[in-house]
Design a protein around this ligand. Structure first.
Ligand SMILES: NC(=O)c1ccc[n+]([C@@H]2O[C@H](COP(=O)([O-])OP(=O)(O)OC[C@H]3O[C@@H](n4cnc5c(N)ncnc54)[C@H](OP(=O)(O)O)[C@@H]3O)[C@@H](O)[C@H]2O)c1
Length: 325
């Protein structure tokens, strides 16, 4: 028997909202019911392009729409806090883009409200829902590469400098850590956990007051990890997990990949895992949110809220280290 249709609302109509609209439209039992922009014209243009039934010229109207099951928040990071709160005030479930907020205390506050109001809440950390990532976690847990000794998870995407856009504008939650570093932290803690012994980080703060790059090193005592994060260079961005019995190497741009290769402890290629995306990769988080809500869950087991909060706390720690160099 098919599940009930989940009625989605999209709040903000930028780059990522377009990808999510395609993903929602590709998922069975998902309906793009309404969209909201800060201007009606923009909402209507988006709604027409992606087939939304209703279009609103303010975020408040979407939050107040009684015929919506979940709102996907796609505004710049610094605005997530207010937007998610608005949704909660109107009793709406929320899937919110990464980084969830600018600080851990904001994330903690939103989680508290969601739990008090018994609303479903999930960080749109789509990488955790991707089949390749879940398979890699499963293989590592099963001991396929032995004990992890190091993880390298560099993530640099060259961005055209524009002090106004969300990458460089501090008021919009700009900076490499909130945009890209969150993937590194999520990836390596996903394999090695949160009980590291030490954390080293240094970065370069650019003229707009946001970090343009950083290096992050975790010391787990018996394992070390490294990550270089940046806006000024375009890297290969493969994640490499090296264990005593072998290693896993993802394809470039690990956070949206669909495959990885396995090598044995002597460096010989042994097998490849590959599962092409059904749409554009964002469909897996849409399906996860729907499956959770259909099962009556208030949070995802793949992206638990306490994990999101712990990652935000680590991000705060990194920010403090970058700012005190
Ligand atoms: N998961 C991923 O792969 C992924 C990829 C890219 C971005 N993201 C995340 O998604 C969020 C949005 O990123 P994006 O690349 O879509 O950004 P974007 O293209 O700049 O779009 C952001 C949208 O937010 C709305 N907005 C509300 N207040 C705003 C303000 N004061 N200034 C500018 N825009 C404002 C605007 O929509 P309206 O005009 O319609 O109101 C704007 O189009 C960020 O948190 C980012 O980290 C995630």
């Amino acid at each position: 028997m098919s599940e009930k249709t989940t009625k989605w609302g999209i709040m903000a109509t930028g780059w990522i909202a377009e990808r999510l609209a395609d993903a929602i439209n590709s998922v069975a039992d998902a309906e793009l019911t309404a969209v909201a922009s800060r201007g009606l014209e923009k909402a209507e243009a988006f709604g027409k392009r992606y087939g939304a039934k209703r279009c609103y010229g303010t975020y408040e109207e979407l939050a107040a729409d009684p015929d919506i099951d979940i709102i996907y928040v796609a505004s710049p990071t610094s605005i997530h806090y207010d937007n998610v709160k608005l949704c909660f005030e109107h009793g709406k479930n929320v899937l919110c883009e990464k980084s969830l907020t600018v600080t851990a205390s904001e994330t903690a506050e939103l989680i508290k409200i969601a739990r008090e109001k018994k609303l479903f809440f999930m960080e749109a950390m789509w990488m955790r829902c991707l089949p390749y990532y879940r398979k890699a976690v499963e293989l590592v847990k099963a001991g396929k590469i032995g004990e992890i000794k190091t993880i390298r998870v560099d993530i640099s995407k060259a961005q055209m400098y524009d002090p106004q856009n969300r990458f460089f504008n501090k008021a919009l939650g700009g900076g490499t850590l909130l945009d890209l570093g969150v993937y590194s932290v999520t990836f390596l803690t996903g394999f090695l956990g949160y009980d590291y012994k030490d954390l080293y980080s240094r970065g370069y703060i650019g003229e707009t007051g946001v970090d343009r790059d950083e290096v992050i090193v975790f010391d787990y005592g018996n394992a070390y990890t490294s990550s270089v994060v940046g806006f000024d260079i375009e890297d290969d961005n493969r994640a490499v997990i090296v264990g005593t019995e072998g290693r896993i190497v993802t394809e470039p741009d690990f956070w949206y990949g669909h495959s990885f290769k396995l090598f044995d402890k002597w460096g010989n290629f042994t097998e490849e895992f590959s599962e092409p995306h059904l749409c554009n990769g964002y469909e897996y988080e849409v399906m996860e949110a729907q499956a959770c809500m259909n099962a009556g869950l208030l949070e995802s087991k793949i992206i638990p809220l306490d994990t999101t909060l712990r990652i935000m706390e680590i991000m705060d720690e990194i920010t403090a280290k970058i700012n005190t160099k």
